[in-house]
Design a protein around this ligand. Structure first.
Ligand SMILES: [Ca+2]
Ligand SMILES: [Ca+2]
Length: 571
């Protein structure tokens, strides 16, 4: 850790000073950034400093600088509007690194003129025609009339008012443009009108999640153009009290085949994960879900809603967890991914570790997230004393130095990190050998990381799953098209409680749940001992021999009986 390990004393002083001026940074709100970057243009410089004073000095001397506080206890900030050379002047020895994006969990659909075929007729009842290729294309332009913020993150119930008025014919073409809108809504939405033909469009989201609005225009020569805007509708839901737990009878056993496949029920007489906390660093968690609510890890040191950081960890009112995407204490899920993942790991009725606790931490929304927030989230989880961190996320390319350092901090604190190996090529879906094209963080060579491939119901590796004789440790059920994994659904107006998904993102929390069972039975085991145990006791799969380090699929029962045998031998 070296110089990056900042002293607790300093951070407590700065936190108290912040609280006394009623602002989390000491600077005017216009100079503090609350939302993490969502595109290349909004990225800043990630910095990790020994003391807050270095940031204060920079902010005072550079009037255009803006700052996002990511993890004050670990000196982690993002600085905007200042060139790197200038930041280096103030922060000297401290580490500075360009922040990078983390890709969205599901690739966004690309707007395409073929979608015109979905539209009937335009605002005047004129039929759209098949698009004709032309060099004199019209331009489709969406102007946002309200809300005034340019952020794609909006609150539930906001009227999003859009206009096509800026769209135009190519200058050499005359006539009226035909205009049509297509609205793609999240699964939980009750909006049934998915087409609109006026010049303007008002969309009032009724469900949290991702909305895509397409504007298609066609000119008198049948030449077309399409453009899109994305919105992520989010909500800051308080933690409810007295949620009635989901009854086991409400879930079909056949839907939970993955629990049987890893022989978890046979291990439950030895361990159910009591006393263990699993951090779900993901798109947030629907912590009011009846299958998750009772397993949410509450921060006992924090008094809710008093506007104070009672436990001095740098986060005000972080009772449930933290949202690093929006800098608030409501890590509620607006994508569905994190809720599903949490259920697979530690739901009383859906999970591998029915009595482990879940710490929800949000670093992603449907449009993605950033590496500096991921690093900040890992530090946060470790400081909240979790035993296991699940990372059903990743990127190809270079690992971010701040994320690497944060995972080493987890390692030095005895925290196991379970990471998804990745679902193949982002566009083709073709599985990838991550020994050759590493996926990070799963492919980092640390002995506290367990990299997980996805197997199908037949125990074969799935067609989409990444693999690697060196970089992928073990496989676990992740589901496929025929047999996806069933787990908890995000909040939606229909009140749907369960949802099916497939991916290495699903296989990873199955292993995280297994780690929790082992850790609960044997709290003294180190991450590398737990990793070795799971890799040794899995079911040997010949077809996996060259695809993962262990060549095995997770077997929870055998891992737990191995521990029981060890105990026997000691006696
Ligand atoms: Ca706090
Ligand atoms: Ca508080």
């Amino acid at each position: 850790m070296g110089i990056k390990q900042i002293t607790k004393k300093l951070s407590v002083v700065s936190v108290l000073a912040m609280a006394s001026v009623g602002c989390d940074s000491g600077f005017d709100a216009s100079r503090t950034v609350k939302q993490s970057p969502l595109n290349q243009a909004s990225l800043g410089l990630a910095v990790q400093v020994d003391s807050r004073q270095e940031i204060d000095q920079l902010m005072l001397s550079e009037p255009n600088a803006k700052v996002r506080t990511i993890n004050a206890n670990h000196g982690l900030y993002e600085i905007y509007n200042v060139p790197k050379s200038v930041v280096e002047k103030y922060l000297g020895e401290s580490e500075i690194s360009e922040n990078q994006l983390v890709e969205p969990l599901q690739p966004l659909s690309q707007p395409d003129v073929s979608q015109l075929a979905m539209l009937n007729s335009d605002q005047n009842g004129n039929q759209f025609q098949p698009c004709r290729p032309s060099r004199q294309k019209p331009s489709a332009k969406i102007s946002q009339l309200s809300p005034s913020s340019t952020s794609p993150i909006v609150e539930l119930g906001t009227d999003i008012s859009l206009s096509s008025a800026g769209s135009a014919n190519h200058r050499s073409v005359a006539g009226d443009l035909k205009v049509g809108w297509i609205i793609e809504t999240p699964k939980g939405s009750n909006i049934t009108q998915t087409q609109s033909f006026g010049k303007d469009l008002v969309l009032t989201p009724d469900s949290i999640g991702l909305y895509q609005v397409l504007l298609l225009v066609q000119d008198d020569n049948d030449s077309c153009h399409v453009t899109a805007k994305h919105y992520v509708v989010t909500a800051n839901e308080p933690l409810k009290s007295g949620v009635t737990p989901l009854a086991a009878a409400d879930v079909s056993e056949a839907d939970l085949y993955h629990i049987e496949q890893v022989s978890a029920p046979l291990a439950w007489n030895q361990s159910q994960g009591e006393g263990v906390v699993i951090a779900i660093i993901d798109s947030g968690v629907n912590y009011n879900h009846p299958a998750l609510h009772q397993n949410i890890a509450i921060n006992e040191g924090e008094i809710p809603n008093n506007g104070l950081d009672d436990d001095h960890n740098g986060y005000v009112d972080d009772v449930v967890g933290y949202d690093f995407n929006n800098s608030d204490s409501y890590p509620f899920d607006d994508n569905g991914h994190g809720t599903h993942v949490a259920g697979l790991a530690a739901s009383p009725v859906l999970g591998i570790a029915p009595k482990a606790k879940i710490l929800p931490i949000k670093v992603l929304n449907a449009l993605g997230g950033d590496q500096a927030s991921l690093a900040g989230a890992i530090y946060y989880a470790v400081d909240r004393k979790v035993d296991v961190i699940n990372l059903s996320l990743g990127n190809y390319g270079q690992p971010h130095s701040f994320v690497m350092r944060a995972i080493r901090y987890a390692q030095s604190s005895g925290v196991t990190v379970v990471a998804a190996a990745g679902n193949g090529h982002p566009y083709t879906g073709q599985s990838i050998n991550t020994d050759q094209m590493p996926n990070y963080p799963s492919a980092l060579p640390y002995d506290n990381i367990i990299a997980v491939a996805a197997s199908s119901k037949t125990k074969f590796i799935t067609s989409y799953s990444n693999y690697g004789k060196v970089s992928v440790d073990i496989s676990a059920p992740g589901g496929d098209e025929d047999n996806p994994l069933v787990s908890a659904a995000m909040a939606n107006p229909q009140g749907l409680l369960l949802e099916a998904m497939s991916g290495t993102s699903m296989a990873s929390p199955v292993v995280a749940g297994a780690v929790a069972l082992v850790k609960s039975a044997r709290p003294d085991l180190s991450p590398s001992q737990i990793k070795s145990l799971l890799m040794k006791t899995g079911d040997t799969q010949t077809q996996l021999q060259d695809l993962t380090v262990s060549g095995k699929e997770l077997n929870v029962q055998r891992a737990l009986s191995e521990l029981a045998d060890q105990r026997q031998n000691i006696l």
